[in-house]
Ligand binder design. Structure first.
Ligand code: UDP
Ligand code: MG
Length: 316
């Protein structure tokens, strides 16, 4: 195994941290690394800064390849575009591992060698956050999300594992080939299997303080992950509809007994309510069965590409 590696970095308006990312990564490169920067439709100075900084970096230490998507496709898809290009470059340059890191310096470039070293004994090494410097509310939401996913995912998604990882080529290929509309990289990485090792690492605060994915993006990602990688929604449907059905059957029996024994004359509205309740819960049970059948065949309804690459440039 060589020290060579291709590093995929999705960037969206990261002008504030891109210089540091390049410098810090080049500083730990033993030589022979290639960085694939995927510009996900940035509208600030990211590209200018990147190009200027890249010109100062010795290509023998680290080559920098810029991939520009045709618009903003979002973090997860930008990652897939990066993997796509990285796999091609790995093949051309005879490199056997691909690292994935965010541009905001929350994951530390200095930790890449540790992850690389870990892959000597496995196919995938991923960082788990030993600590997280984020707001208490964010930490709580993240912990609930990861717990739900760990408990309900079809293939267990390790808690607190983000995107920061190193993959060998078979694992990277499997991830790219199985990416779908709801692509959620940590879920897919767990799903593809292979021998995986969790490496506990410290996670820094974001360089310039605010997330590019944002709360809306994170909620969308969390919902997509829970629907795409777990059966929790189905289980909830099943519990609720089965409970409703049991309750309405009990209510019907109780009412019939009361009426037959002549204790209470159950007529009119109460009867109607129970009947509606009963028929709706029968419907809910059938809907659950239908949902289960659909969930077993999650065929993509539209088969569009997940991203569009507009340009590819070598920067140094
Ligand atoms: N990012 C991207 N496209 C987007 C949003 C974010 O490529 O639409 C990049 C961003 O520049 C960063 C990484 O994806 O390198 C993770 O984004 P962020 O740090 O905002 O996510 P969070 O840490 O909040 O999950
Ligand atoms: Mg971040």
């Amino acid at each position: 195994m060589t020290e060579a590696c291709i590093i995929v970095v999705p960037v969206f308006n990261e002008a504030a941290s891109i210089d540091q990312l390049l410098q810090r990564t080049a500083a730990v490169s033993p030589g022979g690394w290639t960085m694939v920067v995927v510009d996900d439709g940035s509208s600030d100075e990211t590209i200018e800064r990147l190009s200027a900084e890249a010109a100062h970096i010795d290509p023998a230490k680290m080559q920098i390849q810029l991939i520009q998507l045709s618009r903003n496709f979002g973090h997860q898809r930008a990652l897939m575009a990066g993997l796509d290009v990285a796999l091609r470059l790995a093949d051309e340059r005879d490199v056997d591992r691909i690292a994935i890191i965010d541009a905001d310096l929350q994951d530390r470039p200095e930790d890449i060698p540790d992850l690389l070293e870990a892959t000597a004994e496995c196919d995938v090494a991923y960082a788990v956050r030993a600590s997280r410097r984020e707001s208490a509310l964010f930490q709580m939401a993240a912990s609930v999300f990861y717990r739900l996913l760990a408990r309900w995912a079809r293939s267990p998604v390790p808690p607190n594992a983000g995107t920061f990882s190193v993959l060998n080529l078979p694992a990277a290929t499997a991830i790219l080939r199985n990416a779908d509309e709801n692509v959620f990289f940590p879920g897919l990485r767990a799903w593809v299997g292979f021998k995986q090792i969790a490496v506990p690492l410290q996670r820094d605060a974001r360089g310039d303080g605010h997330s590019r994915v944002g709360i809306k993006g994170l909620v969308r990602l969390a919902v997509g992950a829970l629907f795409g990688y777990s059966r929790l929604p189905l289980y909830l449907m099943m519990c609720i509809s089965a409970t409703a059905l049991v309750l309405s059957v009990v209510a019907t029996i109780v009412m019939s007994i009361l009426k037959l024994t002549g204790q209470v004359a159950v007529e009119g509205i109460p009867l109607l309510v129970v009947l509606i309740f009963f028929s709706l819960s029968v419907l809910a049970v059938f809907l659950t069965i239908l949902a289960y059948m659909v969930s077993r065949n999650p065929a993509p309804v539209q088969s569009r590409e997940l991203y569009v690459i507009a340009h590819e440039t070598s920067l140094n």
